[in-house]
Design a protein around this ligand. Structure first.
Ligand code: 5AD
Ligand code: SF4
Length: 460
C-alpha cells in the first residue's frame, strides 16, 4: 500500500499547516502506521514553523517516510531519492530527509551513499526533527536513529493531512516484540510499548468533535495492548476497544493488526457486543503449514489458526476476515504450499495480501535459514495463491449481492461525482447513488452487483 498525496486539507489543518515560513513536502510509503507517523511528524514540524506544500520543487524540506518490509519496497524508495536529488541539484539549499523504517535499518549508510540525503531519522526520534533540520541547515548531515522503550508520541495531536475528514488512524502502541523470523519490523520499530489510554481517548474525542466518523486503532499486534499490566487500573485491548466504542455510538471503530496467537475471546465478545465496532478482522495467517509457521516463529499451528477463525465466526457470523500470506519461505515444499492453498480455500478470506518471501538483512531467517526457494518457484506459487484468492473473492462477493448493509459515506466515487463511495462494517467498498446524502452520512444500501474491487448498490 502506498499513500503519497491523498490530501484534503480542512480548515483546522490549514490553520496549523500553512502558517509557517518554511515549507515541507512529504511522501509516505508502507503501512498505516507510517501514515499515522507522518501525521505526527507534520504536527511537530508545524510547531516549528513549517507549512506543508504539494510541490516538491518549491519545498525547503523534502521528507520521505519509508518502509523496509520487502526489498522491492526499498527499491522503490531509492528510485524516489534519485528524483529528489534532481530537485536538489536545481535548489542546493533543499534539505532531503529519510525517516521511518529504512532510516532505522540503514542508519549512516544512507548519508554515505552518493550524498542523496541530509538527514536520517528513525521512528522513535521524530521529536528531534527540528534540531536535526537546524543542523542540516548549517550544511552538516544529521542523524538520530535511537530507539526508545517509552516513546509513543502520546500527547502530540497529529495533523490529519492524509485523511478524508471522515476516518482517521489512531496509534495505540508502537514497536513489536514478536520476532517473527522473516520480519524486519522489530529491528526498525523497536520494542513493543502501549500508549496511555487517557491520551488515546482524548485524541478520539477531538476527532469526534471535528466531525470524524471512524477511527482505526493501530498497532503491530493490538492484542498485546496493555497499560499498567500489574496494577489495579490496568487496561487490556478488549477494555480499550470498549472505552473507545462507548465514546459515541455513531463513531465506527476499527483496528489493525490482530495476531492469531494472542487474539482473545474477550476481544471477540467486545466486538460482538458493540454495534459500532466494525465486523472485520485483519488476521494474518502467513502460511497454512505448521512446519513453515514454526520456522517463521509465529507461535501457532495451522489447527490453532483455524480454531481462531472458527471462534471469530462463532462470535460474529457476519465478520469479514482478511489475511496476509508469504509464499516461498525458506525450505517451503510443494506439499506445504498446497497446505497454504487449502487453508485459503477453507477460510474463504474476504481479502488477502499475498507476497513472495523477501529475505531481510539481520533477521533470524537471514542468519539461520537459507533463502532456498528459487525465485521462479516463489513467483509461480504466488500466482497460484493469487488466482485462488481471486476465485474466492468472487464467490464471497456473490454472497453479498442481494443483502443490505449500512454504509458510511466517505466521498464521491472515483469515476463519477454523481456517485458516492463508502464502506460497510465489513470493510467492503460500495459505490451507489444517493442524491440527498452527504459525506459522513450513514445510509442503508442494497447490493445489486459488483466489479473487481467494489460492490455496486442502491439506496433502500
Ligand atoms: N517477505 C515477504 N513478506 C513479508 N511480510 C513481512 N515480512 C516479509 C518478508 N520478509 C509480509 C507479512 C506481513 C505483511 C505486512 O508483510 O505477510 O503480515
Ligand atoms: Fe510499516 Fe513494516 Fe514497512 Fe515499517 S517495515 S513501514 S512497520 S510495513
Amino acid at each position: 500500500m502506498i499513500i503519497s498525496k491523498p490530501y484534503q486539507l480542512d480548515h483546522e489543518k490549514l490553520l496549523k499547516n500553512n502558517s509557517g515560513n518554511r515549507s515541507v513536502y512529504i511522501e509516505t510509503y508502507g503501512c498505516q502506521m507510517n501514515v499515522a507517523d507522518s501525521e505526527v511528524v507534520m504536527s511537530i514540524l508545524a510547531d516549528s514553523g513549517f507549512r506543508q506544500i504539494e510541490q516538491m520543487e518549491q519545498a525547503d524540506l523534502i521528507l520521505v517516510n519509508t518502509c523496509s518490509i520487502r526489498e522491492n519496497a526499498e527499491q522503490r524508495i531509492r528510485g524516489r531519492l534519485g528524483e529528489f536529488k534532481r530537485v536538489k541539484n536545481a535548489n542546493p539549499q533543499l534539505i532531503v530527509g529519510v525517516i521511518g523504517c529504512m532510516a532505522e535499518r540503514l542508519k549512516e549508510k544512507l548519508l554515505e551513499q552518493e550524498k542523496l540525503v541530509d538527514i536520517v531519522v528513525g521512528p522513535d526520534a521524530y521529536r528531534d526533527l527540528p534540531r536535526l533540520i537546524s543542523q542540516a541547515e548549517t550544511g552538516q548531515t544529521a542523524i538520530n536513529v535511537l530507539l526508545s522503550r517509552e516513546e509513543t508520541y502520546a500527547e502530540i495531536a497529529p495533523v490529519r493531512y492524509a485523511s478524508n475528514g471522515i476516518s482517521a488512524f489512531v496509534s495505540i502502541m508502537r514497536g513489536c516484540d514478536n520476532m517473527c523470523s522473516y520480519c524486519i519490523v522489530p529491528f526498525t520499530r523497536g520494542r513493543e510499548r502501549s500508549r496511555d489510554p487517557e491520551t488515546i481517548l482524548v485524541e478520539v474525542r477531538t476527532l469526534i468533535e471535528q466531525g470524524f466518523k471512524e477511527v482505526t486503532l493501530l498497532g503491530q499486534n493490538v492484542d498485546k495492548y496493555s497499560w499498567k499490566k500489574d496494577e489495579p487500573e490496568q487496561v487490556n485491548f478488549a477494555q480499550l476497544l470498549a472505552k473507545v466504542a462507548e465514546l459515541a455510538p455513531e463513531l465506527r471503530v476499527r483496528f489493525s493488526t490482530s495476531y492469531p496467537q494472542d487474539m482473545t475471546d474477550q476481544v471477540l465478545e467486545t466486538m460482538a457486543k458493540y454495534p459500532n465496532i466494525c465486523k472485520h478482522i485483519h488476521f494474518p495467517a502467513q502460511s497454512g503449514s505448521t512446519r513453515v509457521l514454526e520456522l517463521m516463529r509465529r507461535g501457532y499451528t495451522r489447527e490453532w489458526y483455524m480454531s481462531r477463525v472458527e471462534a471469530i465466526k462463532r462470535f460474529m457470523p457476519d465478520c469479514a476476515i482478511s489475511t496476509d500470506v508469504i509464499t516461498g519461505f525458506s525450505s517451503e515444499t510443494e506439499a506445504e504450499h498446497q497446505e497454504t492453498l487449502s487453508l485459503i480455500e477453507w477460510a474463504e478470506f474476504d481479502l488477502a495480501f499475498m507476497f513472495a518471501y523477501s529475505e531481510r538483512p539481520n533477521t533470524y531467517a537471514h542468519r539461520n535459514l537459507p533463502d532456498d526457494v528459487p525465485e521462479a518457484v516463489k513467483s509461480r506459487r504466488l500466482t497460484e495463491i493469487i488466482e485462488l484468492q481471486n476465485k474466492i473473492s468472487e464467490k464471497v462477493k456473490q454472497k453479498d449481492i442481494g443483502q443490505t448493509f449500512e454504509v458510511l459515506i466517505e466521498g464521491t466515487s472515483k469515476k463519477s461525482n454523481e456517485q458516492w463511495h463508502g464502506r460497510t462494517s465489513q470493510n467492503k467498498t460500495v459505490v451507489f447513488t444517493a442524491p440527498n446524502a452527504k459525506k459522513g452520512d450513514y445510509v442503508k444500501v442494497k447490493i445489486r452487483g459488483a466489479t473487481q474491487a467494489t460492490l455496486l448498490g442502491e439506496l433502500v
